[in-house]
Design a protein around this ligand. Structure first.
Ligand SMILES: Cc1cc2nc3c(=O)[nH]c(=O)nc-3n(C[C@H](O)[C@H](O)[C@H](O)COP(=O)(O)OP(=O)(O)OC[C@H]3O[C@@H](n4cnc5c(N)ncnc54)[C@H](O)[C@@H]3O)c2cc1C
Length: 279
């Protein structure tokens, strides 16, 4: 299918994006990598009158360490983060998660902010942002505001972004010394969206577990370090709270079973990665 006709603007900077979003409102859509949006347009699920192309906006094409965060601008591709030489030391969870995101052709065009904006509950980058307690920076003519990931993701493909706001950047907290990280996922074929995905961060005292692909948004829980039988019970109880549904890909019971297995594996791997880490 072909999209309905639209105007096209190649954005120069954040201020221009904010002006045009203020002028056109919900009639405008940001075009980033186009890896999700073009399908939506082709199927005419959305018919914006103007596309604002952020992908060649040099001012927003950056990845940098800012304080205790890795900040990723709106035009930065997933590949430009994935191939950072120090990514495994900076944000080890992202280094673990990137190989699960589709194939390199998609990551070469797709942006990190676009994936966060799209808010697919099976997507890896929103799950990592939620697990790590990251931030989304939204920009409009009214100014900038920063939302915690837990407040940003509101449901299936639904976020707290207002129609006139650009996601200017997202911020992933850097690795915390003494914490181990791991990511586990099951999909039908390599590169497919997750049937279920689990991200874990384990320190000496705390276990954080995030699950994607089951609830309508990435869902995070935190426990103290528990002995194995209690941890298994806690994971099982958590799996039941996610409201898994039967669909064409898997039954609810199968998804809960995946969560139990992937979570246990991710937590064990993350815990093993804290050993010998005295920084
Ligand atoms: C074959 C295929 C397989 C895929 N498999 C996976 C997978 O396994 N895991 C996964 O996570 N993803 C997967 N994806 C999706 C991919 O990661 C996309 O790149 C991502 O979801 C969207 O990023 P994008 O930059 O392409 O955004 P676009 O498609 O350009 O935009 C997506 C949406 O976000 C909005 N948007 C984009 N940027 C901004 C911004 N800065 N501010 C406000 N709104 C914005 C757009 O208006 C649009 O509504 C797959 C895609 C394809 C084509």
């Amino acid at each position: 299918m072909k999209p309905a006709a639209f105007d096209y603007v190649r954005l120069e900077d954040e201020a221009q994006a904010c002006d045009l979003l203020a002028r056109h409102g919900d009639e405008a859509r940001i075009l980033a990598g186009g890896q999700s949006l073009i399908t939506v347009l082709n199927m005419r699920l959305a018919q914006p009158s103007v596309l604002l192309d952020v992908s060649r906006c040099e001012a927003l094409d950056y990845v940098k360490v800012a304080g205790r965060m890795l900040e990723v601008g709106a035009a930065a591709t997933q590949a430009s983060v994935e191939w950072r030489p120090d990514l495994a030391a900076e944000v080890p969870l992202l280094a673990c998660a990137f190989p699960y995101i589709s194939h390199f052709q998609v990551r070469n065009r797709g942006t990190v902010c676009g994936s966060v904006a799209h808010a697919d509950p099976s997507a890896e980058l929103p799950l990592c942002l939620a697990l790590l307690g990251g931030e989304v920076v939204l920009s409009s003519r009214r100014g900038r505001r920063t939302l915690a990931a837990r407040d940003f993701f509101q449901g299936m493909l639904t976020t707290a972004r207002a129609g006139d706001e650009l996601i200017a950047c997202v911020r992933y907290p850097l690795r915390v010394a003494g914490t181990g990280y791991a990511f586990e996922e099951f999909s039908l074929r390599h590169g497919d969206f997750a049937i279920a995905a689990c991200a874990a961060a384990v320190s000496r005292d705390v276990i954080r577990l995030g699950v994607g692909g089951v609830a309508d948004r990435p869902t995070v829980v935190q426990w103290p370090r528990l002995p194995k039988p209690e941890l298994e019970t806690a994971i099982n109880d958590f799996a039941w709270t996610l409201g898994a549904q039967d669909d064409a890909h898997a039954s609810a019971a199968y998804r809960r079973r995946l969560v139990r297995q992937l979570a246990a594996r991710a937590i064990a791997t993350a815990a093993s990665r804290t050993q010998g880490d005295t920084q």
